[in-house]
Write a new protein. Structure first.
Ligand code: SF4
Length: 322
């Protein structure tokens, strides 16, 4: 059955003739926002591990960390899914947080390791970072990998287009920083994906839909939706016992996601619909949504409305031009 939204996994399978898997890596970039004193220990929702997959824990000590991670990720994805095609996914923290020559050395090193260990399987790079951690020189570096034939995605954390929300969750950057980064990346010919969190403190449906109109207006090629979870060790999780914040109930997600998708430009590839926390890394006030069931519920919601991604995208464009 054809999906009612533009699934990234399906577009990848069309572009590469097979399913493409991400090898999630922590290449030691750190995060300037956690280390630089621009906020109280980083964003209030950020997990201390910044979200690396569980299979990357307890790596062998006899290999350099990047090589150990790549080998572990390839072995895991081959064994569990029969994976044969990969994106190197620079995932943890802010993966443009070094001078350009150092970035080049790390990206090149990861490419060399994968090509040595699993020749012919590399299809692209995904670089996840903060909007205020990109300049023209870094964008040009990423563009050089695209020119060499790789599919290169830059993932930018925006989370919300509401300036008050960004302050409330201590993001430490502005919506203007995001608009600038997305423009630089677009000029360099990169594929741009945005991270958006649904259910941030102080936000209702109107603010979340406004964020979708905002990202449509500034131009993106991909989007990741996350539902807000209380990561253990985050300042948000510490606020919950004090009763200062109550997370959104996951039962709201299918209708809310359908609303967002109806507004979203139909060309934008949807990379995920909910957050992905392993094991007991979050304080689950409500049972977290089951990913497959959530996808089905969103499809059902859109079908019930006779609708699909982009059905109201014109309304979104009109709202931004006012
Ligand atoms: S969410 Fe990202 S930008 Fe914010 S503190 Fe964590 S790693 Fe840094």
């Amino acid at each position: 059955m054809e999906s009612r939204f533009n699934r990234h996994s399906e577009r990848l399978a069309e572009r590469f003739g097979q399913k493409v898997w991400r090898l999630g890596l922590d290449a030691g970039f750190g995060c300037p926002h956690r280390e630089g004193g621009r906020g109280p220990g980083g964003c209030s929702f950020c997990s201390p591990e910044a979200g690396l997959a569980a299979y990357q824990h307890n790596l062998p000590q006899d290999l350099p960390p990047l090589e150990a991670q790549i080998r572990r990720a390839v072995q895991f994805s081959r064994m569990r899914y029969g994976a044969q095609a990969y994106f190197l996914y620079f995932q943890a923290y802010s993966c443009t947080n070094l001078p350009t020559p150092s970035l080049r050395r790390i990206y090149d090193s990861a490419i060399t390791i994968l090509e040595g260990f699993a020749p012919g399987t590399l299809k692209g790079l995904v670089i996840s970072t903060r909007p205020d951690c990109l300049d023209e020189e870094k964008a040009e570096l990423l563009s050089s990998y695209a020119l060499s034939g790789l599919e290169v995605w830059l993932e930018l954390g925006l989370q919300s287009s509401n300036p008050e929300t960004l302050k409330r969750v201590s993001r430490g950057h502005t919506v203007g920083d995001y608009a600038k980064a997305v423009k630089i990346a677009g000029r360099a010919g990169l594929r741009r994906a945005v991270h958006v969190i649904l259910g941030l403190p102080g936000e209702g449906r109107a603010e979340m839909l406004e964020t979708i109109s905002f990202v449509n207006y500034h131009g993106i090629e991909g989007i990741k939706f996350h539902d807000l979870r209380l990561a253990k060790g985050s300042s948000l999780a510490r606020q919950f016992p004090a009763g200062e914040f109550m997370p959104m109930h996951p039962a709201r997600l299918p209708a809310l996601l359908a609303d967002c998708l109806e507004l979203l430009d139909p060309r934008v590839e949807v990379m995920r619909l909910c957050a992905d926390f392993s094991g007991d890394s979050a304080v689950n006030v409500f049972p977290p949504p089951d990913k497959n069931r959530l996808y089905e519920a969103v499809e059902r919601e859109l079908a019930g409305r006779g609708s699909r991604q982009g059905a109201h995208a014109d309304a979104s464009a009109a709202a931004q031009s006012r």
